[in-house]
Design a protein around this ligand. Structure first.
Ligand code: URA
Length: 276
């Protein structure tokens, strides 16, 4: 597992007016977790922001590790070459909101709770400086996303289903704007497994976008396997050798041939023939 780094805990001031401060059911604040990149001027390529901690997160103090959060972590692991490096996980609200009548039931944070805590996640965004942000679910979307063209906040009545599919911005107090998308919350995906493919496509595009492999999130194309490092070329060839029959035809679209001139993992000369 990549080394992880937990951002500094809260300045207590931000909690003063938050109703969750008085909740008997909050054990821990759950800060943002990041698996940092080194020497790139940013700590993460992609930063995921969801709603608020659930039971397991409240008990452990770590985001996205309960049953549904794990869905996302596993998906990221698969898409991001078997590692969490360059990924950050956080919530718009750091404490667990529960139903006062049924303390085993999580509820979405209120606007007041979101507004009290928002400053913390925005501070984390500034520190992490991600290439791309993925807002998971409605709380994160209405709390943080602005229309890229009009600069207006998103309609709080809109459904995530209608908000997804285009790019937004997240504005930070230092005046910067970070490109972002809105997609479903992973808890929704666990209840609606037929939407898992759409969800996966959104997350994949976010990674592609953060690496500059597509110029706009809404760019659609044929399903693509990106093979841009020597280890990935090796594993693709191995995969092809086991899956293909003698009559199968394979087409390889070679983009950015110069990438093959160097071994992307070691930085040394590539063991592959140099491209013309
Ligand atoms: N749900 C969230 O929105 N965030 C978590 O960290 C866990 C569950």
């Amino acid at each position: 597992m990549a080394e992880k780094f937990v951002l500094s805990p809260l300045a207590k001031k931000t909690c003063e007016h938050c109703p969750l401060k008085r909740s008997r059911f909050v054990r821990k604040q759950v800060p943002t977790e990041v698996y940092p990149l080194r020497g790139k001027g940013r700590m993460a390529d992609v930063m995921f922001i969801a709603e608020a901690p659930g039971r397991v997160e409240n008990e452990t103090g770590r985001p996205f590790i309960g049953g549904t959060g794990k869905i996302l972590r596993q998906l990221v692991h698969r898409i991001n070459d078997g590692t969490q490096r360059g990924v950050a996980y956080g919530n718009i609200v750091r404490c667990r909101p529960v139903d006062e009548d049924d303390v085993f039931k999580d509820r979405p944070p209120t606007k007041r709770e979101r507004d009290s805590c928002k400053r913390n996640i925005l501070r984390d965004v500034m520190k992490i400086n991600p290439s791309y942000i993925v807002l998971l679910g409605k709380s994160a979307a209405v709390g943080l996303a602005y229309d890229r063209v009009t600069g207006e906040p998103v309609d709080p009545k809109a459904k995530v289903f209608n908000l997804r599919g285009k790019e937004y911005i997240v504005k930070t107090p230092d005046g910067r704007e970070f490109p972002a998308i809105i997609t479903f919350h992973f808890a929704f995906i666990s209840r609606m497994p037929n939407m898992a493919g759409v969800f996966e496509e959104d997350i994949r595009r976010a990674f592609f976008r953060s690496r500059g492999l597509i110029s706009d999130y809404s760019e659609r194309g044929k399903p693509t396997v990106v093979v841009d490092t020597v280890p990935r070329v090796r594993s693709l060839l191995k995969h092809m050798a086991t899956k293909l029959g003698p009559d199968d035809v394979v087409a390889l679209a070679l983009h950015r041939l110069r990438w093959l001139d160097r071994d992307q993992t070691t930085g040394g000369p590539s063991p592959w023939p140099t491209c013309p």
